[in-house]
Design a protein around this ligand. Structure first.
Ligand SMILES: Cc1cc2nc3c(=O)[nH]c(=O)nc-3n(C[C@H](O)[C@H](O)[C@H](O)COP(=O)(O)OP(=O)(O)OC[C@H]3O[C@@H](n4cnc5c(N)ncnc54)[C@H](O)[C@@H]3O)c2cc1C
Length: 399
């Protein structure tokens, strides 16, 4: 085996770590290069959907994840005026998945679990403080130029997975366009130990709360409620995370005496974008480097892990000589349409539903939702869609 006989992965987020674990478990040497000095403690994704849990089970890490998270068999769609509109019970998916529930767990716990597993493996080289800058390729392999504390270096491998997030240096270095839109408003994500369930009757651990003027989302993670809501015109990232604004919004969500204790607060710009291609020769984009969307529905990280598994399956087949390079075309053909036709459309629709101002449209949506949840066959169909099971079936049927 020469030095080049490995797969390079840039970025140790949930997507890069998933690909690294899959490849290494299948005997492929991997170098996982992460720009940060340690794993980022990202307070971003927290919802793991059933088919993602099945994949993490196959990778041998789901029990650890569940052990550090919360099993959520139910989630709600609510309205500030009407209370619970629909409570979805994922139990109807018992024949569709080994995990008929969502798990709420911070994404950084997954990357910590995975890197701990990777560091036990002989065929994995995990490098921190190793920032991918640009990549070049020829018939034999790929060269990734990296910045390290000791200066620039070159890593060589047969293939390169760009799992380096939304601002992917590799995607940019390859001149791959990232068309789409950025919402004018910022989104505030904050968390508190406050017991919101004492004020919101029957509050499920995941609740999307519609209101024409003030929609918001509650998600539970161990020990905390996280709250997600949009900024108002004129607010900046600094003003949105100020004590004054955070307290104002939290009191609007739930008026209490005194101030809320908050555990964290972050302002995010939110985009809907899909890369014009997921593959350039031996270089592949996966996760946020390939697609980004608003977090309503919890599809960014989940879809990224689905990319990682889809791509890794193909890398293993080609590596073992069971398929030729044309196999890689299927990665783009299977995963890119899912991001465009399914994830982008669903997340945009979720946002439109929450902020709908037309009372008749809102009523029609709520009536339809109530009818769907009351009919187990319709509820199953809806939940297969919202849990990304249909998207995976569709991807497998493409190409
Ligand atoms: C508020 C919020 C809530 C969300 N909730 C959910 C949810 O519940 N469910 C869901 O599915 N998705 C959710 N998402 C989206 C989710 O966080 C992302 O889709 C997910 O983090 C993407 O994973 P990734 O590994 O592709 O990229 P990232 O998580 O961004 O990881 C990229 C990694 O690459 C590293 N890196 C960056 N540049 C370089 C470089 N040049 N060289 C080397 N390393 C580099 C970074 O340090 C990082 O470790 C949410 C997002 C937000 C903002």
């Amino acid at each position: 085996m020469t030095d080049i006989d490995r797969v390079l992965i840039s970025g140790a987020g949930p997507v890069g770590c998933s690909a690294a674990l899959y490849l290494a478990q299948n005997g492929i040497p991997v170098t996982l290069a992460e720009a940060a000095s340690e794993l980022p403690e990202d307070l971003r994704a927290s919802t793991f959907h059933p088919p993602t849990l099945d994949m993490l089970d196959d990778l041998g890490v789901v029990d650890q994840l569940i052990g550090q998270g919360i099993i959520c068999p139910k989630w709600q769609y609510r309205d500030t005026r009407e209370g619970v509109v629909a409570e979805w019970d994922l139990g109807v998916l018992e024949n569709d998945t080994r995990h008929p529930y969502r798990v709420q767990c911070e994404q950084y716990k997954l990357t910590r679990i995975m890197v701990a597993e990777l560091e036990k493996m002989d065929n994995v080289d995990v490098r921190f403080r190793t920032q991918g800058i640009e990549a070049a390729q020829d018939d034999q392999g790929v060269t990734l130029t990296v910045e390290t504390p000791d200066g620039q270096d070159e890593l060589k491998g047969r293939y390169l997975i760009a799992a380096d997030g939304a601002s992917s240096a590799i995607r940019i270095s390859q001149g791959i366009e990232f068309p789409g839109l950025t919402f004018p408003e910022l989104w505030l994500c904050t968390s508190s130990e406050y017991n919101f369930e004492d004020h919101f009757e029957d509050l499920a651990p995941i609740a999307y709360i519609a209101d024409p003027n003030f929609w918001f989302v509650f998600v539970r993670v161990p020990g905390l409620w996280r709250l997600l809501l949009p900024s108002r015109p004129g607010e900046t990232a600094d003003s949105l995370v100020s004590d004054e604004t955070v307290q104002d919004r939290m009191h609007q969500v739930c008026p209490i005496d005194g101030d809320y204790d908050t555990f964290h607060r972050t302002a995010y710009a939110v985009h809907q974008r899909v890369a014009e291609t997921y593959r350039k020769g031996r270089i592949f984009l996966a996760g946020d480097s390939a697609h980004i969307n608003n977090p309503l529905g919890g599809m960014g990280m989940n879809g990224g892990i689905h990319d990682a598994v889809n791509l890794s399956e193909k890398l293993v087949r080609v590596w073992r000589g069971d398929a030729d390079d044309r196999e890689f075309d299927k990665y783009d053909a299977q995963r890119r349409p899912i991001a465009i036709d399914y994830v982008q459309q669903t997340t945009l629709r979720n946002k439109a539903m929450l902020e709908e101002t037309d009372a008749e449209v809102r009523k029609a949506t709520h009536d339809e939702m109530r009818a769907t949840v009351a009919d187990p066959a319709k509820a199953r169909k809806f939940l297969r869609q919202s849990s990304m099971i249909n998207a995976l079936d569709k991807a497998n049927s493409l190409a």
